[in-house]
Write a protein of this length. Structure first.
Length: 298
């Protein structure tokens, strides 16, 4: 697929919006694969993986059915995952249904859903590994080797998911002095609801360019930037750092905490929810707010 730089999205100030999903209104068509992907994941987790992923079948998901699924998932998963499913349904309904059929926008539904989120004790919310916590994380990552130290810092700077970091190829990276620009291609299209082209994102990371340039010496364009990356090992290390540093025990700590941390730092620097949405590639203001714990770190 040819990778073409996307235009800057119009700023959407989402701080005051809540009866309806704000999402990336100016870019909705290109981000629709996000909610389709999450709906597909929701169906598979609830035992409906055999269902045909079509607009007609998604329209048949009732409020009662959806809330029942969320009650079951609340016993195993975090509130952020359930919130993604809610946002996915809300996006679908906003794009395809009339206002009178959008039960996900109903205030009564929101109250019921909030009650379900309160039950997500088994899946604790993740802590935010903010900038002031990164020193401890980096120190431990360096003990694992240069690859892990570099990967951890790049992931923090660019709000990368684990899957994105592991799939990163040398051709996706462009060093610009002290900084770096990386290309991330979004999820696959879903033929069941029309052909939706994957998104292409260009992300910038600060103060990691020179280290990355040295690391890439001798690698070919199609080579992975971080071959042999051990997801479980780095998750265990970050969890260990949280224990040693006595960070909050009311939340869980893992590689994904880096994403929470950078989003939180952006909000504390005064960035708007819309800017955080763009940085983290979130199509929902509510999910971006969940990740960016303004004025907090845990």
């Amino acid at each position: 697929m040819k990778r073409v730089r996307i235009e800057d999205m119009k700023a959407v100030e989402a701080d005051s919006a809540v009866p309806e999903e704000v999402a990336l209104l100016a870019f909705r068509k290109a981000t629709s694969h996000d909610y389709v992907r999450d709906i597909h994941l929701m169906l598979s987790w609830t035992g409906m993986e055999g269902a045909v992923l079509s607009a007609e079948n998604i329209e048949k998901i009732t409020e009662r059915l959806f809330l029942g699924w969320m009650w079951r998932l609340a016993l195993e998963y975090s509130g952020s995952r359930l919130e993604k499913f809610r946002a996915a349904i809300a996006h679908f309904q906003k794009d395809r249904l009339g206002k009178d059929l959008r039960w996900s926008q109903d205030e009564r539904f929101r109250r019921k859903f909030a009650g379900i989120l309160a039950q997500c004790e088994a899946g604790l919310s993740r802590g935010a590994a903010t900038y002031n916590k990164m020193t401890a994380v980096m120190r431990q990552a360096m003990s694992m080797g240069r690859m892990y130290a570099l990967g951890v810092w790049l992931a923090y700077e660019c709000l990368l998911r684990h899957t994105e970091l592991c799939a990163l190829q040398v051709e996706d990276v462009k060093v610009q002095g002290r900084d770096v620009e990386i290309c991330i291609v979004g999820g696959k299209s879903h033929e069941g609801i029309g052909h939706i082209r994957p998104e292409v994102f260009y992300l910038k990371g600060e103060k990691v360019g020179r280290m990355l340039q040295v690391w890439l010496v001798g690698k070919g364009p199609k080579d992975l930037v971080f071959p042999g990356w051990d997801k479980e090992a780095i998750n265990a290390v970050i969890k260990q750092v949280a224990t040693v540093e006595a960070w909050s025990t009311k939340v869980s700590w893992s590689f994904h905490s880096l994403r929470h941390g950078k989003a939180t730092d952006l909000r504390n620097m005064g960035r708007s929810v819309a800017e955080v949405m763009r940085a983290g590639r979130w199509a929902s203001a509510s999910v971006a707010k969940h990740y960016s714990k303004k004025n907090g770190g845990d």
